[in-house]
Design a protein around this ligand. Structure first.
Ligand code: UD1
Length: 420
């Protein structure tokens, strides 16, 4: 296991290229299962642990996978898939593996996927996915920790989400793409990654309208084909590096980052006194002064993304004034507050609310990453802290960030990776 060791207080200057989006590539990789003809060539695939986990699942199903990490390209032929079961050993490593359920069901009429199991972000059930599959013609049962779904052919219908589920929306879109009828998703998630998946499926030959809105319509087609697709840039990685320069001070150019994916967090950064300018091919982010406090409530897109809540909490910890953060998406997403307190933050957590009284500066300490974004928040905090911070269990961070240490080093941070 690795740890990251950071000496804080160094200004950040330079350019960081933002790679492909994890949350976009994962459903796209699952979507390659739908191609009965031809290869899918996916570019802009980040070299991170969660992508490796999804590729393992695809190989287990029988897909031919060719991964060239250096060029960030994956080539997949799903022609010979003959196994429809994703086992617990793989699904437990990454909850998003559940995304293979929709395409297996859509193409082969059967799928058996292990329940994802416990998760640090609370209960995180898959009931909305299951209800959605049932409402478009699948028979779903639950046996010995596995969800089994069958349908001679997806007939379409209306999948109604009580609350927008990001991967739930994607799973239903994937299942409906090869259906006999029309699948309608009501109260769909509007995230940019849902749009990216829809664009990929359309390039494969699917008929999808409305992605990016709360109502998506999918007209099933007979067959889908391999295609070439470039995944969108990762808005959460871009948001994390924007927070890094906000806390450390300096000027960063985040190449490929798009304001349209990050409107709410960028609005909050500007409220805090950070300059953000959308340039032709990226975002210029700079900060020279002490940050101002801010109030944040997480909400499904286009609201403030829950995945950036932790990094903003790190910023609030050193802002001038009192900040309030309310988490409404996950019921257990304040774990990073305890670790930030070890760095000297003044945070009071009451259930899904946190009140953060900004201190002059944080100080280095030993802390532990407990999930991807909690880990990222500790990196952000450490960059702005006085002294040395060591962040244990860096593998959590590596699930979502490609070479975070090298990227930050290249813009002036004092960060190194050591064995724990
Ligand atoms: C996705 C993202 C994750 C992000 C989250 C919210 C991927 C791979 N992951 O996760 O990074 O933090 O969206 O933006 O894209 N829920 C249910 N029943 C369900 C499904 C969800 O109750 O069947 C609840 C969840 O527990 C949570 C809320 O709905 O409270 C939203 O979850 P959801 O949007 O489904 O998150 P994911 O798709 O798992």
């Amino acid at each position: 296991m690795d740890k990251l060791v950071i000496n804080g207080g160094k200004r950040l200057t330079g350019r960081i290229g933002i790679g492909g989006s994890k949350n976009s590539v994962l459903p796209i990789l699952a979507g390659t299962i739908l191609a009965s003809d031809g290869e899918c060539i996916i570019d802009n695939v980040p070299n991170i642990r969660d992508i490796d986990a999804m590729l393992k699942v695809l190989k287990t199903l029988g897909a031919e996978v060719n991964h060239d990490g250096e060029s960030h390209r994956v080539i997949i032929s799903a022609k010979n898939i003959a196994n429809f079961r994703a086992p617990y050993e793989l699904v437990r490593q990454m909850r998003a593996s559940f995304l293979v359920m929709g395409p297996l069901l859509g193409r082969f009429g059967q799928a058996e996927v292990s329940l994802p199991g416990g998760c640090v972000l609370g209960a995180r059930p898959v009931d909305l996915h299951i209800k959605g599959f049932q409402s478009i013609g699948a028979v779903v049962s639950d046996k010995e920790g596995y969800i089994r779904a069958t349908a001679e052919k997806i007939r379409g219908g209306e999948a109604f989400f009580d609350r927008p589920s990001h991967t739930g929306t994607e799973n239903i879109m994937l299942a409906g793409a090869l259906g006999n009828g029309i699948t309608r998703i009501v109260n769909a998630a509007c995230d940019p990654e849902v749009v990216d998946l829809a664009n990929f499926l359309i390039r494969m030959g699917a008929r999808i309208q409305g992605a990016g809105s709360t109502f998506i319509e999918i007209e099933g087609v007979e067959r889908l084909y391999g295609c070439h697709y470039d995944a969108m840039p990762d808005r959460l990685v871009a948001g994390t590096y924007a927070c890094a320069v906000a806390i450390a001070g300096g000027e960063l150019f985040l190449e490929n980052a798009r304001e349209s994916d990050l409107q709410m967090p960028l609005m909050k950064l500007r409220d805090m006194g950070v300059d953000v300018i959308q340039m032709e091919n990226g975002l210029a982010v700079s900060c020279q002064n002490r940050l101002k406090s801010v109030d944040i409530t997480t909400f499904p897109f286009p609201g403030f993304p829950t995945d950036l809540q932790s990094c903003f909490m790190a910023l609030c910890a050193v802002s001038d004034g009192v900040s309030n953060i309310v988490e409404t998406v996950f019921e257990n997403r304040m774990g990073h507050a305890m670790e930030l307190k070890r760095l000297g933050a003044d945070i009071r957590v009451m259930g899904d609310r946190a009140v953060i009284s900004g201190v002059e500066h944080l100080h280095g300490a030993s802390v532990m990453a407990s999930d991807i974004r909690a880990g990222a928040a500790l990196v952000v905090a450490a960059l702005g802290a006085k002294g040395t911070t060591e962040i244990l269990r860096a593998y959590h961070i590596d699930r979502g960030y490609e070479n975070i240490d090298e990227a930050l080093q290249s813009v002036g941070a004092d960060i190194k990776r050591l064995a724990e």
